[in-house]
Design a protein around this ligand. Structure first.
Ligand SMILES: [Zn+2]
Length: 450
């Protein structure tokens, strides 16, 4: 089926004459359709031009960078290159917290107005305020639209979103028309992860959506509950996730129970959409037209294909609050060029934050290899989370439907201990609930060792 954009002119249906706001979005889409097939070198050339403009703006009007880049060569010269750009020191979240206000530009171009706040709460408590503009918002919407087009969604379908809702916003947008911007599309309905899984399932059955967008952990809980109750989620034609790690186990669960494939989006509140899942594969394409992404090893050198490193981003168009080489705290594995032919760089897998790494008694850090669902299967366990408290001890929090009998507890204890190579003392702790982080994420494993 051909999707014709929404037309705004009286009596004109095809080809559409879109409203100016939508026309901008479609003009961007036209360029994105082409740029995705550019070679990596061509993409870098364009990124370099955009970075030069952004860095110059930051040097001229952002107090933090006026100071940080004062001994730097004047980057507003023809010799600017990505190699020069990569000499800019990496920006830590703590620096952004400490001098938050100094990141605001005093000379925001008028055509970037209005601005809006993208508050992020931050796992360590101290909030970081990030300002976005009309331009960053436009790019966010453009990559969203690209995602719908890449995955050939049926625009007339109904989309259900289940995520953390703040009261006021939720009531305003709980039900609205049109989830695909610039095109005629179906209804979008929203629900709150604060409701029980049971309530969420009931709501889905009332709404009968074609598409569902939610956090991976919430999706997993929904499917498991639906299975135990014999409920079906059969109205769904597509499943999308965001905000947390999508494990191969979860992909498998969705494949087996719903005969669908998860389409995941890698985004961050302070950086926008970073990467979208390839239409032909399970890995991700960096959205190079909106963001410059580096995956760096411990020596701050770029990782090669197959290596895991820290994600460092530079959003290309945020002139209200430029962030140059900002380390967002995630880790990712670099991929090879994609057989689909797109030149947009590939990330094989996105890993959680650094605090999701395990610290061995020797002080070495590794990614823990356990599969949480294997533990959860060993008893009437509803939720489970492991927290490393020090180099020798791991506390495992459990939400249970009934008390475990002795043998269940003993086997569970033994299995967890083995999964950590018997290197840690394991404490089981029964709790009423395991809350999400304030950013809406639910983490399998948290390391509290500094
Ligand atoms: Zn691809």
């Amino acid at each position: 089926m051909v999707n014709t954009p929404t037309s705004a002119a009286t009596g004109i249906h095809w080809p559409a004459l879109p409203h100016p706001t939508n026309a901008l979005l479609l003009a961007l889409q036209y360029q994105l359709e082409r740029s995705q097939w550019c070679t990596p070198e061509q993409l870098q050339q364009q990124q370099s031009l955009q970075l030069q403009a952004l860095v110059t703006h930051a040097q001229n009007s952002v107090p933090f960078y006026q100071q940080r880049l004062q001994h730097f060569p004047n980057l507003n010269q023809s010799k600017f290159s990505l190699d020069i750009f990569r000499q800019i020191p990496i920006l830590k979240r703590s620096e952004l917290q400490q001098s938050n206000k100094n990141f605001r530009s005093s000379a925001l171009p008028k055509d970037h107005l209005p601005i809006h706040q993208l508050r992020t709460s931050g796992s360590t408590g101290a909030p970081v305020d990030i300002i976005g503009t009309q331009v960053t918002e436009l790019f966010f919407r453009a990559f969203n639209l690209r995602n719908h087009l890449w995955h050939q969604r049926n625009f007339s379908g109904k989309l259900a979103i289940i995520q953390i809702q703040t009261d006021r916003e939720y009531k305003q947008k709980a039900r609205s028309l049109n989830w695909v911007e610039a095109f005629p599309s179906g209804q979008v309905v929203e629900f709150d992860t604060g409701q029980t899984i049971q309530q969420q399932l009931l709501w889905i059955q009332q709404e009968q959506p074609d598409y569902l967008l939610t956090y991976p952990s919430n999706l997993k809980a929904l499917i498991e509950q639906a299975q135990t109750q014999g409920n079906s989620l059969s109205s769904l034609q597509g499943i999308s996730t965001f905000g947390e790690l999508v494990t191969p186990t979860l992909r498998q669960l969705v494949r087996e129970s719903l005969k669908l494939e998860i389409i995941d989006v890698y985004s961050a509140k302070d950086a926008g959409i970073i990467a979208l899942q390839c239409p032909k594969d399970f890995h991700y394409h960096i959205q190079s037209e909106g963001i410059y992404v580096e995956i760096l090893d411990n020596e701050n050198q770029p990782c090669a294909s197959g290596e895991v490193g820290r994600v460092v981003v530079t959003p290309l168009h945020n002139y209200a609050m430029p962030l140059l080489r900002y380390e967002i705290g995630d880790y990712a594995e670099v991929g090879h060029a994609c057989p689909c032919g797109r030149g947009l760089p590939v990330l094989n897998q996105i890993y959680g934050r650094q605090r999701n790494m395990l610290v061995l008694p020797t002080g070495e850090k590794i990614w823990p290899k356990f599969i949480l669902s294997n533990w959860a299967k060993m008893g009437p366990i509803r939720q489970i989370q492991a927290i490393q408290q020090n180099r020798s001890q791991i506390e495992v929090k459990l939400v249970i439907d009934r008390p475990l009998i002795d043998i269940e507890e003993k086997q569970l204890h033994q299995k967890i201990s083995e999964d950590f190579d018997n290197k840690f003392q394991i404490l089981l702790q029964y709790v009423d609930e395991i809350p999400r982080t304030s950013g809406g994420k639910y983490e399998d494993f948290i390391c509290e060792v500094s």
